[in-house]
Design a protein around this ligand. Structure first.
Ligand SMILES: CC(C)(COP(=O)(O)OP(=O)(O)OC[C@H]1O[C@@H](n2cnc3c(N)ncnc32)[C@H](O)[C@@H]1OP(=O)(O)O)[C@@H](O)C(=O)NCCC(=O)NCCS
Length: 290
């Protein structure tokens, strides 16, 4: 590789040849004709951005003067002053931000936390404590938790993080979640593989489908984007690690759009009878097949 500093100057990106300029260098960037800038004022006026001494005002200073009408900016104008039209997005603090969330793999030390989160499900659909012990012992790498920590004053002891949402999964060689995959094998502490009637049950090491058995959020924190943030992070991790061909889950009808928004495809009524049945199979193909 050649030293980038030795490349001809015309090959280096910069304000002169592509019009883009990092915001941190704004002080060094001399704007064309800012003292008497009729073109700039015209563009800002069309885009509904008020100027003070040639600089855009903050939103809260100019809200009242904004024209409600749709304003089209000419492509020619946009090419002329792209720096000024690239305003950083306004970020409103969300309920998720207030949790100061972080995600982390779970371990068997989180079983009680998971049992608490699992109360989000109706009783007949909850994963038992023993299943948490099994799944978080055998394949903790397929789990993910979203935690919150309160802000504390200086010198105060650091509290234990609270688990707000979790994803718990195992591997299966089947393309969909099955009741066999959801089983708790009796002999799992002594045997690496477990079979019932000639079929593998429970976690199948090497299975190319990740079967999610639980995605749940503490009831008090539902509707704050915890579930979607957790699922997005989970999919990203599994996809990046290239450790499976697909992620499968069973869900009730009302959550089909939620999973479809992440790329899961509905495969119709599931054969799973867990918790009384009535599930739909959903699968996200990861495209890592060899
Ligand atoms: C389903 C669940 C995990 C979603 O987590 P959440 O943090 O509450 O969801 P989010 O705030 O991230 O919601 C994102 C979107 O999901 C959809 N959604 C969430 N919960 C929903 C529900 N119960 N019914 C229908 N859509 C729902 C909404 O479209 C929502 O978008 P919106 O915020 O624009 O309304 C959570 O509500 C939960 O734990 N439910 C009980 C357990 C459960 O049913 N788990 C799913 C097993 S398949």
């Amino acid at each position: 590789m050649s030293d980038p500093s030795e490349r001809p100057s015309e090959s280096m990106p910069g304000p002169d040849n592509n019009g883009l300029k990092p915001l941190s260098n704004a002080d060094d960037y001399s704007l064309p004709n800012t003292n008497n800038n009729n073109d700039l004022s015209r563009i800002m006026s069309r885009a509904g951005i008020a100027l003070s001494n040639g600089f855009p005002l903050d939103d809260d200073e100019d809200d009242e003067g904004v024209d409600e009408d749709y304003v089209a900016v000419d492509q020619d104008d946009a090419n002329e002053f792209p720096y000024w039209l690239r305003r950083p997005p306004t970020h409103h603090r969300t309920k998720l931000d207030e949790l100061h969330p972080f995600v982390q793999l779970l371990s068997v030390s989180n079983v009680e936390d998971c049992a608490e989160v699992e109360n989000a499900f109706p009783e007949n659909e909850r994963c038992s404590r023993d299943k948490f012990v099994y799944r978080l012992s055998r394949c903790p790498e397929l789990s993910l938790g979203l935690f919150t920590l309160p802000i504390i004053g200086e010198g105060q002891p650091k509290p234990r993080a609270t688990l707000v949402g979790h994803i718990i999964a195992t591997r299966t060689s089947e393309p969909l979640v099955t009741d066999r995959a959801m089983c708790l094998p009796d002999n799992w502490r002594n045997e690496r593989w477990s079979f019932q009637h000639g079929h593998a049950v429970g976690h199948e090491e090497g299975g190319s489908t990740i079967a999610i058995h639980s995605l749940a959020v503490l009831p008090d924190h539902q509707g704050k984007q915890v579930g979607s943030t957790l699922l997005k992070s989970y999919i990203h991790r599994i996809r990046e690690a290239q450790i499976a061909d697909r992620i499968a889950i069973i869900a009730h009808d009302h959550l089909i759009p939620f999973y479809e928004s992440f790329g899961f495809v509905s495969h119709g009524a599931s054969k799973c009878q867990f918790g009384g049945g009535g599930w739909v199979d959903l699968v996200l193909e990861l495209g890592n097949e060899q």
